[in-house]
Write a protein that binds this ligand. Structure first.
Ligand code: MHO
Length: 252
């Protein structure tokens, strides 16, 4: 009886999965994954990580931009740069939509993160970013005073200003105060828009999704914002999974 139930459950989920597949216009067969519990990293390995916080427009996009860089371990969207206590998406006060990036400095440097920051938005746009208008979309590099990072941030802003002589770079370099993580529905937003990818990852529960490096990567991939080489590598992995019918995406 237990066996029969398992078989029926598998069949139902297979049908749902095939429907998703048909909608995505692919014509391959694939087995339904069991949920994979991704092992959380140990505290000791976390001790060597560093954190950077940036604001560069809609935090859905910002998280995707940083999420699939090699060396980025975790991303979180939130509110920073303002004074309002406990901001929320619909009343964020004077905060800016921000992304907190946890990274391994042995694999990626703050300098490289700054390059991605500058090349991923228009730092000369006033009171908004792209189509999004408002103070919450302003451009900020958060640093801690008198650190190597704050010196690098200042130098990179000067460099950016020199490159765009005609117009002022609006980016603020601001002391990092409180960072308020945003509501769960805003975390890994681009990935959550794509149930097929969530399924490929084994439908991780929210807490694991928020901690997961793979989810940060896949969030960037879903938004097509990974560096081209990474975008292609993930494409290849997904195609491989589809071919083999072994539908589980794992950490690199
Ligand atoms: N233009 C975006 C802004 C979202 S955001 C997280 C939208 O689709 O509404 O502020």
């Amino acid at each position: 009886m237990a066996l029969l139930q398992t078989t029926i459950c598998l069949r139902i989920s297979t049908i749902i999965f095939f429907l998703i597949f048909l909608l995505s216009e692919k014509s391959h067969c694939i087995r339904v994954p069991n949920r994979i519990v991704e092992p959380l990293k140990t505290t000791s390995s976390h001790q060597s990580l560093k954190t950077a916080v940036f604001a560069l427009g809609s935090f859905w996009r910002s998280e995707a931009v940083f999420g699939c860089l090699d060396g980025v371990v975790r991303t979180t969207v939130g509110y920073a740069g303002g004074t309002k206590h406990n901001p929320e998406y619909r009343s964020l006060g004077d905060h800016a939509e921000s992304v907190r990036v946890e990274y391994d400095p042995k694999l990626i440097s703050f300098r490289q993160l700054l390059e991605v920051f500058w090349s991923s938005h228009d730092s000369r746009q006033v009171f908004g970013q792209g189509p999004d208008v408002g103070n919450q979309y302003r451009s900020i590099i958060f640093t801690i005073i008198d650190t190597e990072e704050s010196r690098l941030a200042t130098a990179s802003k000067e460099n950016e200003q020199q490159k765009s002589r005609g117009s002022a770079v609006t980016t603020q370099i601001q002391e990092l105060g409180a960072f308020y993580p945003a509501e769960p529905e805003h975390q890994k937003f681009e990935l959550k828009r794509n149930p097929f990818f969530l399924q490929l990852m084994g439908n991780l529960p929210e807490e694991e999704l928020e901690m997961s490096t793979l989810a940060a990567n896949m969030n960037g991939y879903a938004a097509e914002l990974c560096p081209p080489k990474t975008q292609k590598q993930i494409d290849a992995k997904i195609n491989d999974i589809i071919k083999k019918g072994w539908p589980i995406l794992r950490e690199k």
